[in-house]
Design a protein around this ligand. Structure first.
Ligand code: ATP
Length: 360
């Protein structure tokens, strides 16, 4: 196995007695993009700042390319860690040209070649002699990326680097940035609170909550096998159907759901994303036949339907208890309020979690 570029072991940080980073461990391999994803205030930036060396740590260790850069006792200064940084409020030097910005801090005979090469990679060759104020936000971002990559950092730390850009531009810049980082073989740790950004960028997502990493894995796995209801809800709207386990099964208006290994009498939440609810017609009140994949159908009436462009979001009031369930369907279908329809839940797309005790 190659040496990890970044190895973070059990780091802890407290501010005023409050633990904001609680036993975080991470591993980033060369050429890999890991996203630290979580809600505002969960400790993502503090983790990044400890790795960069601008924040001390209380406990744990950080190793870069096999070299210990800090533990509770010793600490290599930020400039000696060979770590590149890119933040949302990246600032180019206003009095330097694009090429001078990228060359800043580089030494040696090959600087011009490296600057040329990087500006070509980020598609900014035509702007070599422009000043930052002559560039758009996206162009400045490209230059910032070239500047951060110029000293060939072993690791690139990025903290919400795209949040200052508008939506369309952001998608393009994300993809371009990823291509350049992969091409350079840099290990990347990117902090974001946006699940869509993490899923688009990451080889691996580390999901963080209250200072802890609660789940890690490839985007596909994290999305499709969340560890708990909050992890599921972080990635999309969810529907929750409540039940109780009897003989490893939970009986609901949608038929039975398997709950293997869950003791009898346990209250469970059956979680389903709106895009995984199937809809069928009323057929004079008969509805569809039950199938092994979809179980029993339950009837609801449309409360509200909203056109969302490529999809429609439909809210149903369910006949069985008046609760509301949401479904996302292709936008060719936009049912009228009060229309009765039948809903089914795909067994391979739902999650069954023992219900958490309510917070005191
Ligand atoms: N220097 C500091 N002194 C005291 N508290 C701090 C300090 N830095 C961060 N915190 C607190 O630590 C917690 C975690 O902050 P952090 O910036 O790491 O979170 P985050 O997940 O990056 O959130 P955001 O996305 O909003 O930046 C917050 O409650 C914050 O107020």
């Amino acid at each position: 196995m190659p040496t990890p570029r970044l190895e973070v072991s059990h780091i802890v940080k407290e501010f005023g007695g409050r633990r904001v980073v609680d036993d975080v461990s991470l591993l980033v391999m060369p050429g890999q993009v890991t996203c630290l994803l979580g809600p505002s205030g969960c400790g993502k930036s503090t983790t990044l700042r400890m790795i960069a060396g601008v924040e001390s740590l209380d406990r744990g260790a950080i190793v870069v390319d096999g070299e210990l850069v800090c533990d509770g006792r010793q600490q290599l200064p930020p400039e000696e860690r060979n770590i590149g940084l890119m933040f949302q409020d990246f600032a180019l030097f206003p009095h330097l040209t694009v090429a001078q910005n990228v060359a800043f801090g580089l030494k040696g005979r090959k600087v011009t070649d490296r600057v040329h090469d990087l500006l070509a990679k980020v598609g900014m060759t035509a702007h070599t002699n422009d000043y930052p104020h002559q560039l758009s936000g996206g162009e400045q971002q490209r230059v910032a990326l070239a500047r951060a990559l110029a000293p060939k950092p072993r690791i690139m730390l990025m903290d919400e680097p795209f949040s200052g850009l508008d939506d369309r531009l952001r998608d393009d810049i994300r993809d371009e940035t990823l291509a350049v980082l992969k091409d350079e073989g840099t290990a990347v740790l990117l902090v974001t609170h946006e699940p869509a950004e993490a899923m688009r960028m990451a080889d691996e997502i580390a999901l963080m909550r209250d200072g802890k990493i609660v789940q890690r894995g490839a985007p596909y796995n994290i999305y499709n096998a969340p560890v708990d209801i909050d992890a599921a809800a972080f990635f999309s709207d969810i529907n929750v159907i409540q039940g109780e386990v009897r003989g490893a099964l939970t009986e609901t208006p949608f038929g039975q759901f398997l709950a293997p290994g869950v003791p009898d009498g346990t209250a469970v939440d059956i979680v389903i994303r709106p895009q995984h609810i199937k809809i069928d017609f009323d057929r004079g009140g008969r509805g569809p036949h039950p199938t092994p994949e979809d179980g029993t159908a339950a009837r609801g009436v449309v409360k509200r339907a909203r056109f969302m462009g490529s999809s429609s979001l439909v809210e149903f009031r369910m006949d069985y208890d008046g609760s509301i369930l949401k479904a996302v369907v292709p936008s060719v279908f936009l049912p009228k309020p009060d229309m009765p329809l039948w809903l089914m839940i795909r067994r391979d797309r739902c999650f069954v979690f023992p219900r958490k005790a309510a917070a005191a």
